[in-house]
Design a protein around this ligand. Sequence first.
Ligand code: SME
Length: 156
Amino acid sequence: MKKEKYEELLQEVAVLTAGETDEIANMANIAAIIHTKMGFHWTGFYRVLPTPDGGEELVLGPFQGPVACTRIAYGRGVCGTVWKEKRTLIVPDVEQFPGHIACSALSRSEIVIPIVRKGAVVAELDIDSAELNTFDAEDEHYLTVLLTSLGEAGKS
Ligand code: SME
């Protein structure tokens, strides 16, 4: 059962991140535990970081799974759209999402959840599945709660 796995995950993540203030360390373990426990195709973080020209970009952070796109611009693909719209997107079929960035040809569905602080997206959790229609409101709920281990998650 997905619900039971997520309930266990929440407890494990709380233990793993307790007392650890380094965000990259926590992202690394959170990506690893979600990925191994839930069996997704790709699980990882993108962080909003400054670019040399004074702008900002999503930059690949800790992840588990096949190699992925390193940088994503504001408004591009699912991740860039989540950044722009500051809300979680569940994509049941990535081929139906205009502008989807195919880091892996095996990805069929996706969920991207923003991590918002002081009204700004600072990072995102991105999970890809090799199956269609993998993610629903239950995934969104548990993953959003889980991300509170990194600070304020979800909508501002
Ligand atoms: N598919 C994402 C890109 C990131 S990868 O899935 C790891 C997108 O369209 O933004």
